[in-house]
Design a protein around this ligand. Sequence first.
Ligand SMILES: NC(=O)c1ccc[n+]([C@@H]2O[C@H](COP(=O)([O-])OP(=O)(O)OC[C@H]3O[C@@H](n4cnc5c(N)ncnc54)[C@H](OP(=O)(O)O)[C@@H]3O)[C@@H](O)[C@H]2O)c1
Length: 237
Amino acid sequence: MARITGRTILVVGASSGIGAEVTRLLAAKEVRAAGSACLDIPGDALDPRSAADVATAAVDTYGSIDVALLNAGQGPDMSMDEVSVAEISQIMALNYGVVVNYLVPLVQQLGSQPGGGLIAHTNSPAGLIGVPRQGPYGAAKAAARTLLDAARVELAPRGIRFTSLHPGFVATDRVSTDGLPKPFQISQERAARYAVRALEKEPAQAYFPWTTAALVRALRVLPTPVSSLILRRPASR
Ligand SMILES: NC(=O)c1ccc[n+]([C@@H]2O[C@H](COP(=O)([O-])OP(=O)(O)OC[C@H]3O[C@@H](n4cnc5c(N)ncnc54)[C@H](OP(=O)(O)O)[C@@H]3O)[C@@H](O)[C@H]2O)c1
């Protein structure tokens, strides 16, 4: 298992929710180990220039980036009969574009470091199955997963590793009022513990909690008419 202490970790989207909790947990581990340093860099992940500047600022301050967690994203309730083209494009930018904006400069940076590094992304089960009212969000997450899957194989010789996190429903402030059903929801503290463990173990894909992982696995192997029936019931308003 890789040690998560004594390394430079960039968390993109650390101001609230899962990212904030992961950052708190990582800082606590650092304090116990050797004392920690933390740089808070404001930036718009939708802007490629801003993303590159954030990566540069981290390297200028700490000399390298050992782990990057690309966590910025959002999955609002979106019904396909109400959503506009512009709204779908916006969700694509927020959940796929932000990954691209960071991925390109990070690959350059990590590829130039002797030990390479880890790029992790907070994906979602919605990227694996067609969840009603989450279609545009799920499509963006699926695109991000495919991009990272390809990059993992391509960039392994340069020491760059990739981990996609797939948390189930997490009780963050943002989702507390969205009205979507949330089976097997876990606290953001528990989600952060799973996430940090994944940053340490570096699996290609991390699914948590196991209950959601089992449900998603079942939905993926069931015949489509059966899985559609299961998904349709909680999605109906
Ligand atoms: N909550 C869940 O049930 C759940 C389940 C599976 C996956 N996820 C994924 O987990 C990640 C975090 O979700 P969360 O529930 O913790 O949401 P959250 O509390 O809304 O956190 C999202 C983070 O992303 C940042 N962010 C959003 N747009 C940004 C932008 N343009 N530039 C820079 N930062 C930006 C936010 O910062 P600002 O507010 O400062 O912009 C915030 O720090 C997302 O990728 C989400 O898709 C969530």
